[in-house]
Design a protein around this ligand. Sequence first.
Ligand code: DCP
Ligand code: MG
Ligand code: MG
Length: 608
Amino acid sequence: MDDRNMDSSSSTITDVATKHPKSIIHIDIDCFYAQVEMLRKPELRSEPLGIQQKNIVVTSNYEARKCGIKKCMLVSEALKSCPNLKLVNGEDLHDYRASSNKIFTLLQHWKSPVEKLGMDENFIDVTNLIQEKIKSTNLSNIKFTGHLYREPETECPCGCHTRLKIASQLASEIRQKIFDELGFTTCAGIAHNKLLAKLICPLHKPNEQTLIYPEHGEEFMSTFQSVRAIPSIGSKTTETLISQNIISVSDLQQVAVDVLKKHFSSDMAVRLKNLCFGEDNTPVKQTGRPQSIGLEDSFKTVSVRSEVEEKFSALLQRLLMLVREDGRIPVSLRVTLRKKDVKRLSSHRESRQCQISSSIFTVNGGVITITEAGQQKLMTIIMRLFNKLIDLSKPFHLTLVGLAFTKFQERMTGRSSIVNYLMNDLSVQSVLNIQNDCDTSASSMDYSAVSPSSSTTTDLSDGEVEPSPKKPKKVNWIAKRRCLSREDVASPSKLKVGELRLNSKELEKVSELRLNSRDRSLTPRASPAKDNMSDTSDNMKDIAEGGNCDECPSYVDKDVFNALPEEMQQELKSMWKNPANSELPRTSTRNMNKSKPNSILKYFVPQK
Ligand code: DCP
Ligand code: MG
Ligand code: MG
């Protein structure tokens, strides 16, 4: 063993505060939808196979690609170039999504941050894992696995080459496990950042992997003929760049940042410059549960209201199946339309959303269900949002309708918690920004896969996902309440529970909170349906079905009340009859201690 080499590598490799400290693996499943179909029906493997959505072949197996089938080809063209092409309808995304989730789950095995990107891609930040491996690896003769974009002329002094070589071995191990356990072949890109890992991934495919070293990033980027190849550069940014005669990534590399600053914000200009040289420091953000669950349907044109209603109704049916699978109760609904501007021959998206009452859904044996009446209510809300988006006194032309549930409540468990009954939206998730056709921002890395223009797609929006809060248990919740800090105040889900106090005024809020979200003012549940919609976040309290038990105030939910133990029902009733009995001075700990051992008051006293 060469002692000199050993010394130099060990002194740099273990120091992650280096120039290229990270090791990122990007994994992409080969011909994903086609592989799902081939795993289902192995006899398809030997045939050219296309996956059809509407009149488009969205993807195909590699047999079909040999005959010239390309992604998003028209079915008619595809059949011309490959007459024996087998077509499978891929409009039902259920199995694709299920496989996608299995792969994501499997990737958690390496205990490193995994960021899911669309259906068939994941980033894994293996930086820490490699630090661990380095301790037990003989570094003197370490080799990369798979392909190398370019041989290095010299070793990077920060030690990244060794780390990336280990990452490439790890990538191979990960791909093997995906194949062994789930049967999918994959490609991987290995680099010191997400940008290069993603872009290098398809260099050799299928079932191959490629490693690129940081010093080759600039040259590799210059091989892209269009700036659009950079994941976070959307159509609007591309348009602006093209208007300045910046077409290729190489053009972007040559333009002065000050020139870009004339057309973009200063931050964005700098970011564009970094990206075109292969520099990207966006972190791999562990993906949580999707922040929104949505479906879209696109078509040539729809100009009649009843047809729109039909489209929404069909989407809703499918969306409710997804909600059932997901298991969370939606509390916000978004309607999206793509309007065709006939004069300008262009189209643009518009969305509206509003809150919906969680009582539209019921949970039976842990399964979310919705009645016919509940579905009708949703359709009423959807069409009301539609009416807000479309001026029906004028002709309209739509090319897409979309529905998405954009916020969810997490249910608490444990029968004994009164908080479960009265308030089960302790962990409301934030509203996802509407993803637009026109991406003008390059300030955050948007690696989202583009969906075909004419298909039904699922919006399990993975970009900007914040990990979903775990289902809180009552005990944890009380413990957390005790630790509320200033930052926690920004999280109303925690704060509101802590603020609960059982007097008639406050109890009103308990009921209100079932509909309440992060930044909305409290409105009694029995208040008339509000119609106060805006483009991004509306506050439509559409369901007002108070007056559920004889003695209950109108804002109390019948189901909720009836589900309470008899003892609690009695206690609440007597308190409603005489609210003064239940007043607890906020500061009085003496009074708290005096409350009956079984009193529901104990659930509502402010925690110290
Ligand atoms: N997809 C789609 N519409 C597109 C692109 C893709 O519906 N315009 C779907 C079908 C693909 C899946 O997403 O199977 C993953 O997209 P990829 O771009 O990764 O394509 P494939 O996995 O099919 O092929 P490859 O082997 O090139 O990765
Ligand atoms: Mg793929
Ligand atoms: Mg992909």
